[in-house]
Write a new protein. Structure first.
Length: 268
Protein backbone atom coordinates (compact mmCIF):
# COMPACT_ATOMS: atom_id res chain seq x y z
CA UNK A 1 0.00 0.00 0.00
CA UNK A 2 1.35 3.43 -0.93
CA UNK A 3 2.15 6.11 1.62
CA UNK A 4 -0.73 8.16 0.21
CA UNK A 5 -3.29 5.35 0.63
CA UNK A 6 -1.97 4.57 4.11
CA UNK A 7 -2.29 8.19 5.23
CA UNK A 8 -5.77 8.69 3.75
CA UNK A 9 -7.08 5.45 5.23
CA UNK A 10 -5.75 6.43 8.65
CA UNK A 11 -7.46 9.81 8.42
CA UNK A 12 -10.74 8.19 7.40
CA UNK A 13 -10.53 5.82 10.37
CA UNK A 14 -10.04 8.83 12.64
CA UNK A 15 -12.95 10.70 11.07
CA UNK A 16 -10.66 13.49 9.89
CA UNK A 17 -10.15 15.14 6.52
CA UNK A 18 -6.87 15.58 4.67
CA UNK A 19 -5.14 18.95 4.52
CA UNK A 20 -2.84 19.10 1.51
CA UNK A 21 -0.75 22.24 1.03
CA UNK A 22 0.80 23.12 -2.33
CA UNK A 23 4.00 25.14 -2.52
CA UNK A 24 6.54 25.70 -5.28
CA UNK A 25 9.88 24.01 -4.74
CA UNK A 26 12.74 26.50 -4.73
CA UNK A 27 10.57 29.57 -4.13
CA UNK A 28 12.29 31.90 -3.45
CA UNK A 29 15.38 29.80 -2.64
CA UNK A 30 16.10 26.09 -2.67
CA UNK A 31 17.45 26.32 0.88
CA UNK A 32 14.05 27.23 2.34
CA UNK A 33 12.10 24.34 0.76
CA UNK A 34 12.93 21.55 3.21
CA UNK A 35 12.47 23.66 6.38
CA UNK A 36 9.16 24.80 4.90
CA UNK A 37 8.05 21.22 4.24
CA UNK A 38 8.82 20.20 7.82
CA UNK A 39 6.99 23.24 9.19
CA UNK A 40 3.93 22.42 7.10
CA UNK A 41 3.86 18.90 8.55
CA UNK A 42 4.19 20.31 12.06
CA UNK A 43 1.29 22.67 11.27
CA UNK A 44 -1.08 19.89 10.21
CA UNK A 45 -0.29 18.94 6.61
CA UNK A 46 -1.20 15.33 5.81
CA UNK A 47 0.21 15.23 2.25
CA UNK A 48 2.48 17.77 0.55
CA UNK A 49 2.09 18.79 -3.07
CA UNK A 50 5.41 20.19 -4.26
CA UNK A 51 5.43 22.23 -7.44
CA UNK A 52 8.08 21.74 -10.11
CA UNK A 53 8.69 25.11 -11.82
CA UNK A 54 8.16 25.31 -15.56
CA UNK A 55 8.63 28.20 -17.97
CA UNK A 56 5.13 27.91 -19.48
CA UNK A 57 2.70 27.08 -16.63
CA UNK A 58 -0.50 27.64 -18.61
CA UNK A 59 -2.85 26.18 -15.96
CA UNK A 60 -1.61 28.50 -13.22
CA UNK A 61 -2.65 31.99 -12.27
CA UNK A 62 -0.33 34.91 -11.67
CA UNK A 63 0.52 34.02 -8.07
CA UNK A 64 1.87 30.58 -8.92
CA UNK A 65 3.38 31.73 -12.24
CA UNK A 66 5.46 34.26 -10.32
CA UNK A 67 6.43 31.59 -7.80
CA UNK A 68 7.71 29.46 -10.66
CA UNK A 69 9.69 32.38 -12.02
CA UNK A 70 11.32 32.96 -8.63
CA UNK A 71 12.14 29.26 -8.35
CA UNK A 72 13.64 29.09 -11.82
CA UNK A 73 15.70 32.20 -11.09
CA UNK A 74 16.98 30.44 -7.96
CA UNK A 75 18.25 27.58 -10.14
CA UNK A 76 15.47 25.08 -9.47
CA UNK A 77 15.22 22.27 -12.01
CA UNK A 78 13.80 18.76 -11.90
CA UNK A 79 16.85 17.20 -10.28
CA UNK A 80 16.99 19.99 -7.71
CA UNK A 81 13.36 19.23 -6.79
CA UNK A 82 14.20 15.56 -6.31
CA UNK A 83 17.18 16.50 -4.17
CA UNK A 84 14.92 18.52 -1.85
CA UNK A 85 12.55 15.57 -1.48
CA UNK A 86 15.49 13.31 -0.60
CA UNK A 87 16.63 15.85 2.02
CA UNK A 88 13.11 15.97 3.46
CA UNK A 89 13.01 12.17 3.64
CA UNK A 90 16.12 12.12 5.83
CA UNK A 91 13.90 13.27 8.72
CA UNK A 92 10.39 12.33 7.59
CA UNK A 93 9.66 8.87 6.26
CA UNK A 94 5.88 9.07 6.69
CA UNK A 95 4.42 12.19 5.03
CA UNK A 96 3.41 11.54 1.40
CA UNK A 97 4.88 13.88 -1.22
CA UNK A 98 3.22 14.45 -4.60
CA UNK A 99 5.08 16.34 -7.32
CA UNK A 100 2.90 18.65 -9.39
CA UNK A 101 4.01 20.06 -12.70
CA UNK A 102 4.12 19.69 -16.47
CA UNK A 103 5.28 16.99 -18.83
CA UNK A 104 7.94 18.88 -20.79
CA UNK A 105 10.75 18.92 -18.18
CA UNK A 106 10.11 15.25 -17.41
CA UNK A 107 10.12 14.28 -21.06
CA UNK A 108 13.41 16.13 -21.46
CA UNK A 109 14.94 14.20 -18.56
CA UNK A 110 13.46 10.93 -19.79
CA UNK A 111 10.37 9.29 -18.30
CA UNK A 112 12.17 6.21 -17.03
CA UNK A 113 15.04 8.17 -15.49
CA UNK A 114 12.69 10.65 -13.86
CA UNK A 115 10.41 8.02 -12.36
CA UNK A 116 13.33 5.98 -11.07
CA UNK A 117 15.06 8.97 -9.48
CA UNK A 118 11.75 10.25 -8.07
CA UNK A 119 11.07 6.91 -6.39
CA UNK A 120 14.62 6.78 -5.05
CA UNK A 121 14.23 10.29 -3.61
CA UNK A 122 11.03 9.31 -1.78
CA UNK A 123 8.34 10.78 -4.02
CA UNK A 124 4.94 9.09 -3.67
CA UNK A 125 2.90 10.47 -6.56
CA UNK A 126 2.85 12.58 -9.71
CA UNK A 127 0.25 15.10 -10.76
CA UNK A 128 1.07 16.23 -14.29
CA UNK A 129 -1.54 18.78 -15.27
CA UNK A 130 -1.07 18.40 -19.03
CA UNK A 131 -1.12 14.59 -19.01
CA UNK A 132 -4.67 13.33 -19.70
CA UNK A 133 -5.59 9.80 -18.57
CA UNK A 134 -5.27 8.53 -22.14
CA UNK A 135 -1.58 9.43 -22.05
CA UNK A 136 -0.81 7.79 -18.72
CA UNK A 137 0.90 5.06 -20.72
CA UNK A 138 3.99 7.26 -21.15
CA UNK A 139 4.78 6.84 -17.44
CA UNK A 140 2.54 3.90 -16.44
CA UNK A 141 5.13 1.16 -16.84
CA UNK A 142 7.64 2.96 -14.65
CA UNK A 143 5.20 4.40 -12.09
CA UNK A 144 3.45 1.08 -11.57
CA UNK A 145 6.71 -0.81 -11.17
CA UNK A 146 8.12 1.76 -8.74
CA UNK A 147 4.97 2.38 -6.70
CA UNK A 148 4.42 5.99 -7.82
CA UNK A 149 0.76 7.01 -7.79
CA UNK A 150 -0.56 9.01 -10.73
CA UNK A 151 -3.09 11.65 -9.64
CA UNK A 152 -5.51 13.17 -12.15
CA UNK A 153 -7.67 16.28 -12.25
CA UNK A 154 -11.41 16.66 -12.81
CA UNK A 155 -13.18 19.96 -13.40
CA UNK A 156 -16.73 21.36 -12.93
CA UNK A 157 -17.30 20.86 -16.65
CA UNK A 158 -16.09 17.23 -16.76
CA UNK A 159 -18.86 14.94 -18.06
CA UNK A 160 -19.64 11.61 -16.42
CA UNK A 161 -18.02 9.46 -19.10
CA UNK A 162 -14.84 11.45 -18.70
CA UNK A 163 -15.06 11.31 -14.90
CA UNK A 164 -15.21 7.54 -15.05
CA UNK A 165 -12.12 7.49 -17.25
CA UNK A 166 -10.28 9.78 -14.84
CA UNK A 167 -11.35 7.70 -11.87
CA UNK A 168 -9.98 4.53 -13.49
CA UNK A 169 -6.63 6.18 -14.16
CA UNK A 170 -6.13 8.13 -10.94
CA UNK A 171 -4.33 6.65 -7.95
CA UNK A 172 -4.04 7.96 -4.42
CA UNK A 173 -6.79 10.52 -4.87
CA UNK A 174 -8.79 12.42 -7.46
CA UNK A 175 -8.12 16.16 -7.53
CA UNK A 176 -11.37 18.02 -8.12
CA UNK A 177 -10.77 21.53 -9.42
CA UNK A 178 -13.51 23.55 -7.74
CA UNK A 179 -13.38 26.52 -10.12
CA UNK A 180 -13.39 27.04 -13.84
CA UNK A 181 -10.17 28.64 -15.03
CA UNK A 182 -6.64 28.93 -13.69
CA UNK A 183 -5.35 28.58 -10.14
CA UNK A 184 -6.33 31.37 -7.79
CA UNK A 185 -9.26 32.49 -9.91
CA UNK A 186 -12.83 33.35 -9.02
CA UNK A 187 -14.98 33.01 -5.93
CA UNK A 188 -15.77 29.64 -4.44
CA UNK A 189 -19.40 28.46 -4.51
CA UNK A 190 -19.44 25.97 -1.64
CA UNK A 191 -22.89 24.58 -2.43
CA UNK A 192 -21.95 23.84 -6.04
CA UNK A 193 -18.71 22.19 -4.95
CA UNK A 194 -20.55 20.03 -2.43
CA UNK A 195 -23.13 18.94 -5.01
CA UNK A 196 -20.40 18.10 -7.49
CA UNK A 197 -18.36 16.08 -4.99
CA UNK A 198 -21.45 14.11 -3.99
CA UNK A 199 -22.07 13.38 -7.66
CA UNK A 200 -18.48 12.22 -8.20
CA UNK A 201 -18.94 9.84 -5.28
CA UNK A 202 -21.71 8.07 -7.20
CA UNK A 203 -19.17 7.25 -9.91
CA UNK A 204 -16.09 6.23 -7.93
CA UNK A 205 -14.83 5.32 -4.48
CA UNK A 206 -11.45 6.98 -5.07
CA UNK A 207 -10.81 9.63 -2.37
CA UNK A 208 -11.79 13.09 -3.64
CA UNK A 209 -9.70 16.15 -2.76
CA UNK A 210 -10.90 19.63 -3.63
CA UNK A 211 -8.54 22.42 -4.63
CA UNK A 212 -8.50 25.91 -6.23
CA UNK A 213 -9.95 28.87 -4.34
CA UNK A 214 -9.69 27.51 -0.79
CA UNK A 215 -8.22 30.21 1.41
CA UNK A 216 -9.87 29.98 4.83
CA UNK A 217 -10.57 27.49 7.55
CA UNK A 218 -14.31 28.00 7.12
CA UNK A 219 -14.10 27.11 3.43
CA UNK A 220 -11.96 24.07 4.17
CA UNK A 221 -14.34 22.86 6.87
CA UNK A 222 -17.39 23.30 4.63
CA UNK A 223 -15.79 21.41 1.75
CA UNK A 224 -14.55 18.73 4.13
CA UNK A 225 -18.15 17.94 5.01
CA UNK A 226 -18.39 16.09 1.69
CA UNK A 227 -14.86 15.77 0.26
CA UNK A 228 -12.07 13.62 1.70
CA UNK A 229 -9.84 16.64 2.01
CA UNK A 230 -8.77 20.01 0.68
CA UNK A 231 -5.79 21.31 -1.27
CA UNK A 232 -4.62 24.79 -0.33
CA UNK A 233 -2.20 26.53 -2.65
CA UNK A 234 -2.43 30.13 -3.81
CA UNK A 235 -2.94 31.67 -0.35
CA UNK A 236 0.23 29.93 0.87
CA UNK A 237 2.22 30.84 -2.23
CA UNK A 238 1.15 34.47 -1.80
CA UNK A 239 2.47 34.40 1.78
CA UNK A 240 5.77 33.17 0.36
CA UNK A 241 5.78 36.02 -2.17
CA UNK A 242 5.10 38.52 0.60
CA UNK A 243 8.22 37.26 2.40
CA UNK A 244 10.42 36.66 -0.64
CA UNK A 245 13.00 39.19 0.55
CA UNK A 246 13.18 37.53 3.98
CA UNK A 247 12.85 33.80 3.17
CA UNK A 248 13.73 32.79 6.71
CA UNK A 249 10.26 34.05 7.71
CA UNK A 250 8.44 31.87 5.19
CA UNK A 251 8.07 28.64 7.21
CA UNK A 252 6.41 30.46 10.10
CA UNK A 253 4.19 32.53 7.80
CA UNK A 254 2.95 29.50 5.89
CA UNK A 255 2.77 27.35 9.01
CA UNK A 256 0.54 29.86 10.78
CA UNK A 257 -1.92 29.89 7.87
CA UNK A 258 -2.01 26.10 7.72
CA UNK A 259 -2.37 25.66 11.48
CA UNK A 260 -5.41 27.96 11.51
CA UNK A 261 -7.03 25.98 8.69
CA UNK A 262 -6.20 22.66 10.37
CA UNK A 263 -7.71 23.83 13.66
CA UNK A 264 -10.94 24.88 11.98
CA UNK A 265 -11.17 21.64 10.02
CA UNK A 266 -10.79 19.57 13.19
CA UNK A 267 -13.33 21.43 15.30
CA UNK A 268 -16.19 19.26 16.50
Amino acid sequence: MSRIATRLQALKAEGRKALIPYVMCGDPTLEITVPLMHEMVASGADVIELGMPFSDPFADGETIQLAGERALKAGTNVRAVLQQVARFRADDSDTPVVLMGYLNPIEKMGYESFCREAAEAGVDGLLLVDMPPEERSVVAEYCDALGLDTVFLAAPTTVDERLESIARATQGYLYYVSLKGITGSGALNLEEVSDRVNHIRTLTDVPVMVGFGIKTGDQARSIGATADGVIVGSVLVQAMADNAQTPEKIPQAVGSLLAAIRTRMDEK
